[in-house]
Design a protein around this ligand. Structure first.
Ligand code: ADP
Length: 219
């Protein structure tokens, strides 16, 4: 079987971001082709990534020879060079790779990548900075916010809900949030129900409108 034919992922740029991404995808069992113009990052992952080549991703012909057009997903993980990142994205568009992700370091780079037609632009530093702010400011241990102001957090339960069922604690009516999962020390996460009793030392997963989730967690 040819690599890519079954729907693999091309990762362009094997810096800190691209390398972590490529190794994580491969450990999940995906077929990954890593590409970097510099021989050093290529050598650094050579033992751990099955398919890795040194090539210039802004060179359309080189990309075609690597069968990049046969992949259905690609990630441009070049943050440091605006020109190389935009040209690489442009080449991927030209090769009709159906789903393209790109990492942007600045807002301007994100906007240009969107203009070039990149479907998913991520800004890790920006997003992680914002996310960390929520953790620093409150008691939450993990925080994910979605576009529409909806959030999911992992946190220690507030004292007000300890020792009673979620129904008795009236979490939803009092706070407008939903406890979706509970984890006791040393146990697995379980889905919460109205009868779930949360104890001191448990961890909980809470979802809902961002402000309500924060108010509930930080009470
Ligand atoms: P990080 O911040 O995640 O470490 P960098 O932006 O520093 O990411 O790394 C980008 C990587 O992309 C580098 O390893 C660099 O060699 C690679 N790169 C830059 N330009 C090209 C290109 N035209 N083709 C392929 N790889 C490239």
């Amino acid at each position: 079987k040819r690599i890519g034919a079954g729907g693999g992922v091309v990762v362009i740029g094997l810096g800190r971001f691209g390398k972590s991404l490529a190794l994580e995808l491969e450990s999940d069992g995906m077929e990954v082709l890593g590409i970097d113009a510099d021989p050093r990052p290529v050598q650094a992952v050579a033992g751990r990534l099955t398919h890795v080549v040194q090539a210039d991703a802004t060179d359309a012909e080189a990309m075609r020879q690597l069968s990049v057009h046969e992949f259905d997903r690609a990630v441009v993980a070049i943050g440091s060079s605006l020109e190389a990142s935009v040209l690489a994205a442009f080449v991927l568009r030209g090769l009709h790779v159906p789903h393209i992700w790109a990492k942007a370091t600045t807002k301007a780079q994100a906007q240009i990548l969107e203009q070039v037609g990149v479907e998913h632009v991520v800004r890790p530093e920006h997003e992680m900075g914002r996310r960390t702010a929520h953790l620093v400011r409150g008691k939450m241990l993990d925080y994910i916010e979605f576009d529409d102001g909806f959030a999911i957090v992992r946190t220690r339960p507030p004292r007000s809900i300890l020792g009673k069922t979620l129904a008795e604690a009236a979490v939803r009516s009092k706070w407008g949030v939903t406890v979706v999962g509970v984890k006791a020390t040393g146990k697995d996460f379980t889905h919460a129900t109205a009868e779930t009793v949360v104890e001191d030392g448990d961890l909980i997963i809470v979802s809902g409108e961002r402000r309500k989730v924060e108010a509930f967690s930080n009470q």
